[in-house]
Ligand binder design. Structure first.
Ligand code: NAD
Length: 482
């Protein structure tokens, strides 16, 4: 069974960069799935715009091929593919020049939702916003969609925001962080704010610490040039992990509305203590049978981190004294993203000790197998005294929801939210800037430090110093399973 869908209004969606990887692999397959789910109305039109000169028919053919490559066969029917491809048009536009804009204007209808998805390098965002305005397309109800990298430091993020807000109001700008489109991430809000059980315990009095892990098993292969200018802190922590941290730590918003939620996230970022270099670990994976990090990048002395672990403190009443440990890295044992909320021990135990006792924990898994697990302590079954053991109360969504579980890709939800005009799951400009301000301070400390990232074995759980970061606090990281 396909998940319930709320129809959206007819729209014209223009994708700049329509021949690129993101458009072919994510945006168009996501739109196709929404069409198949019955959510894309008859009056919906997608207009591809890119540099290549090509006819509408040739572009439609290339999208058929993209669907064959990126949508599983079981999800494709000839009729839906045809109906979807029929609603696609194409216009050749070199966004740095004047050609193609008039033709694009001629293709847009005046009375439908209008959205421009900038699936191009960020260096072109400002130019496109400018050209849209010059062409009379930056109308008050049009929307513009951009995604990472949204700057590489505070100054560049401010510059980018200024270029976008010169022609579009903040209410028209949709900054995608695709983590926010994930089902489990939204479930974190449902879990916290729709259940009476957790919120009274959701504070420093009851929570010992929080661990957020985004582990990747792949390395930087093929992306070394880009990645070496970025590193794990810019590529993962400043955006995706920061968003997970905010949703875990924020106060309950007054309403589930875009600015209520985003105000609360911003308060968390502003309450982050400046991070001291002693509370950080940088790593670089070494070669071990395969190429190490330094063999994938041009600079043989690069100090860019492919792994980072941080101990973060939030200075407010709810979290004072409860650290958030964050880690992310490439070439680790497996692909895993999770938020683990580790509760404090009972104040006085009347039972004999359990060996290796870890206590209650709530694990919110983003990948693989999206779901939530609550670790409980129960009596070990059988006679022989009162022995305790720890068991998971597991809710893997696919098992719990059965046929109803048809998890949409994050992009499916986010693109439809753009059409609906709902900004709740998109980052506001001030959030992005606040996250960069906090990140920049640490990047500057690293820059000044003579230390190199510690090398770590591929296929493991990261550098030894990362283990020590928790050991010194009497804690340990959760395992990254093999
Ligand atoms: P890509 O290089 O595969 O495609 C770029 C597209 O931009 C092409 O369609 C090209 O024709 C078009 N283009 C380039 N210069 C142009 C010009 N002057 N006028 C008109 N069109 C022009 O890039 P991509 O991987 O699709 O990524 C696009 C953007 O999305 C980048 O900013 C990237 O960082 C970001 N992004 C990509 C992914 C991904 O999975 N690919 C994920 C997150 C963010």
């Amino acid at each position: 069974m396909v998940a319930r869908t709320i129809p959206v209004d007819p729209f014209d969606l223009v994708i700049f960069g329509a021949t690129g990887d993101l458009a072919r692999r994510k945006i168009l397959p996501s739109l196709y799935r929404r069409r198949q789910a019955g959510q894309m109305p008859e009056g919906a039109r997608v207009i591809g715009a890119a540099r290549s000169k090509m006819t509408r028919t040739a572009y439609q053919k290339s999208i058929r091929e993209a669907l064959e490559e990126f949508v599983p066969e079981a999800e494709r029917t000839a009729a839906t593919v045809k109906a979807f491809v029929d609603c696609i048009d194409y216009v050749a536009v070199d966004v740095t020049g004047d050609g193609g804009w008039q033709e694009l204007c001629g293709k847009l209808r005046p009375d439908v939702v209008r959205a421009f998805y900038l699936s191009v390098a960020p260096s072109l965002f400002g130019t496109i916003a400018e050209k849209l305005a010059e062409s009379g397309l930056a109308t008050p109800d049009s929307r513009i969609v951009v995604e990472k990298p949204l700057g590489h430091d505070l100054a560049s993020a401010q510059e980018l925001n200024a270029k976008l807000t010169r022609h579009f109001d903040e209410q028209q700008i949709y900054r995608i962080d695709h983590y926010l489109g994930k089902e489990t991430v939204q479930n974190l809000m449902a879990l916290r704010f729709a259940n009476a059980l957790f919120e009274p315990l959701w504070n420093a009095q009851h929570i010992d610490h929080v661990q957020i892990t985004v582990a990747e098993s792949i390395g930087v292969e093929g992306r070394g040039g880009y990645y070496d200018k970025s590193g794990a802190m810019r590529d993962m922590v400043q955006n995706h992990i920061m968003q997970l941290l905010c949703l875990t730590a924020m106060e309950p918003p007054a309403r589930f509305e875009p600015d209520s939620v985003r105000d609360e996230k911003l308060k968390v970022i502003r309450a982050l203590d400046p991070i001291h270099v002693d509370d950080t670990v940088r790593g670089q994976y070494r070669g071990n049978g395969s190429a190490g990090y330094l063999e994938h990048v041009e600079n043989p002395d690069s100090k860019t981190e492919s792994y980072v672990a941080l101990k973060v403190q939030i200075s407010n009443w709810r979290w004072a004294g409860t650290p958030f440990y964050l880690r992310t890295g490439k070439k680790l044992r497996s692909r895993l993203s999770e938020i683990a909320v580790i509760f404090k021990e009972v104040p006085h135990s009347i039972f004999p000790e359990v060996s290796n006792r870890k206590g209650n924990a709530l694990i919110i898994r983003l990948q693989p197998d999206e779901g939530i697990t609550l670790r409980m302590t129960i009596k070990d079954p059988g006679p022989g005294g009162m022995r305790l053991r720890e068991v998971p109360l597991d809710m893997t969504f696919a098992d719990a929801l059965g046929d109803e579980f048809d998890i949409p890709d994050a992009y499916e939800r986010l693109v439809m939210d753009v059409i609906r005009g709902n900004q709740t799951l998109f980052m506001r400009g001030d959030e992005v800037e606040a996250a960069w301000a906090w990140t920049d301070a640490l990047l500057a400390e690293w820059q000044d430090s003579p230390d190199r990232p510690q090398s770590y074995d591929p296929g493991g759980s990261g550098p030894d110093d990362a283990l020590a970061l928790l050991h010194r606090d009497g804690r340990r990281w959760r395992d990254i399973p093999g």
